[in-house]
Design a protein around this ligand. Structure first.
Ligand SMILES: N[C@@H](CCC(=O)N[C@@H](CS)C(=O)NCC(=O)O)C(=O)O
Length: 192
């Protein structure tokens, strides 16, 4: 779930936060004012109400150098890789994943995704992090897009695999992930 991205960013940045659950039932009446497409995640910070995980991450990143360098050029490069993760990788990986789980494993998106992942593998073979030799919110997002089990298991791309391990080995990811699992379990139990 894409809400993990926001948790993970807050953990990396040491920002206090709390997570709430919103039911997917009756989205027309209880959800659309907060997220016009009825999706999650969305967030608030004081008066600010924000949706789109990429926009939320960029907002959080402006609060701390731990997520984005302060140098204008490096910020531009962070933005660039944020858009790449969403608009060059996830734009293919999500429809590909959807076709796969709905029984269309032989689909035309496979070649497209494969090409994108190979191109990214070439980049990740040459460096540990996407921007400025350091972990940024762009790595957080790219790793979250890539770590989807079917996407990461698809093909042999050792640099990409090492990158996902490097990013998800971070204490902030581990805490965010563990907390999210507990959150889901409690939410399921309260619905049962
Ligand atoms: N572009 C949105 C996508 C959000 C999204 O697809 N969220 C999923 C859950 S991870 C969702 O709410 N799906 C239900 C739906 O699209 O109706 C973002 O990055 O925030």
């Amino acid at each position: 779930m894409r809400d993990l991205r926001l948790r993970w960013a807050c953990e990396e940045a040491g920002l206090p936060y709390n997570v709430q659950t919103i039911p997917f039932e009756d989205r027309e009446t209880n959800h659309l004012m907060l997220q016009p497409f009825g999706q999650v995640p969305f967030m608030s910070d004081g008066e600010l109400q924000l949706f789109e995980s990429g926009a939320c991450l960029l907002y959080l990143a402006q609060k701390t150098e731990k997520l984005m360098p302060r140098c204008a050029i490096e910020q531009a490069h962070t933005n660039q890789w944020i858009f790449s993760a969403l608009n060059s990788i996830e734009i293919v990986s999500v429809p590909w994943w959807f076709l796969n789980i709905s029984g269309n494993a032989e689909n035309d998106l496979t070649k497209w995704l494969s090409n994108r992942l190979d191109q990214l593998e070439a980049i990740l073979s040459e460096r540990d992090w996407l921007v400025a030799d350091t972990f940024t919110v762009a790595d957080l997002l790219m790793a979250d897009v890539l770590r989807v089990p079917s996407v990461r298991a698809y093909g042999n791309r050792p640099a990409t695999e090492a990158y996902i391990i490097r990013t998800t080995d971070r204490p902030a990811f581990k805490k965010a992930y563990a907390d999210q699992m507990v959150h889901f379990e409690l939410a399921d139990a309260s619905r049962a």
